[in-house]
Design a protein around this ligand. Structure first.
Ligand SMILES: [Zn+2]
Length: 217
């Protein structure tokens, strides 16, 4: 099985992607992890990636695609893989298709985890963090005393990244970037839309059920 997993920031994509990878016995491959690995090992590719990231730029498609394609040839990917955080552009998707076709394979399914943007805003804007590193949520993970950390008693704060206006901007950017990609996979008959609302357990059962039906068709 070869999967691509998509979903907006704050949709719980990482958790569900891991669950799917475990269920199907495939490697969970995240583009962020690949970059971090190459950089940590100081490979020629890692040094290039680092220079782009250090200058605040985006890593160009050909470098990203090269890093991902190399990772997918590793022995632990022989039984299949799930890509998380890649592809992000049509160019990357086409390059991935080409690389797979060269090896005589193709994608099994592309999962798009869909969550109403306002639900994500509500989830994220309720987060509270403490300087000691613990995090809370005004509805889901309440501290014993409102506004105070259970562990150290310090005042809890909202991270700038979690403010509603910041979250809305990030979601709009994500949507603008990925909607062509979603259409691309839909046209190929590979797209599986999964409702990502509800608890992580609810989402997981829904996802497994749909994915099972999709890949056995
Ligand atoms: Zn604390």
């Amino acid at each position: 099985m070869r999967f691509v997993f998509m979903g907006p920031p704050g949709a719980g994509k990482g958790t569900q992607a891991k669950a799917v990878a475990e269920r199907y016995g495939v490697s969970h491959v995240s583009s962020g992890d690949i970059f971090r690995g190459e950089i940590a090992n100081k490979t020629p590719l890692g040094l290039k990636i680092k220079s782009y990231l250090d200058s605040g730029g985006l890593v160009p498609d050909d470098i990203t695609v090269g890093a991902v394609a190399g990772r997918l040839e590793a022995p632990d990917c022989a039984n299949g893989w799930l890509l998380d955080g890649f592809p992000r552009t049509i160019g990357q998707a086409e390059a991935l298709d080409k690389a797979l076709a060269k090896g005589g394979t193709k994608l099994s399914a592309v999962v798009d985890l869909e969550v109403d943007p306002e639900v994500i805003v509500e989830r994220m804007s309720g987060r509270r963090v403490c300087k000691c590193g613990r995090s809370y949520h005004v509805r889901y993970i309440k501290p014993r005393v409102e506004g105070k950390c259970d562990a150290c008693g310090s005042g809890l704060v909202i991270r700038d990244d979690d403010r509603p206006e910041t979250v809305r901007t990030r979601l709009a950017t994500y949507q603008k970037q990925t909607s062509p990609l979603i259409e691309y996979y839909d046209r190929k008959g590979l797209l599986l839309r999964v409702d990502g609302s509800g608890s992580p357990d609810e989402v997981r059962s829904r996802l497994f059920e749909q994915l099972n039906a999709f890949v056995s068709e």
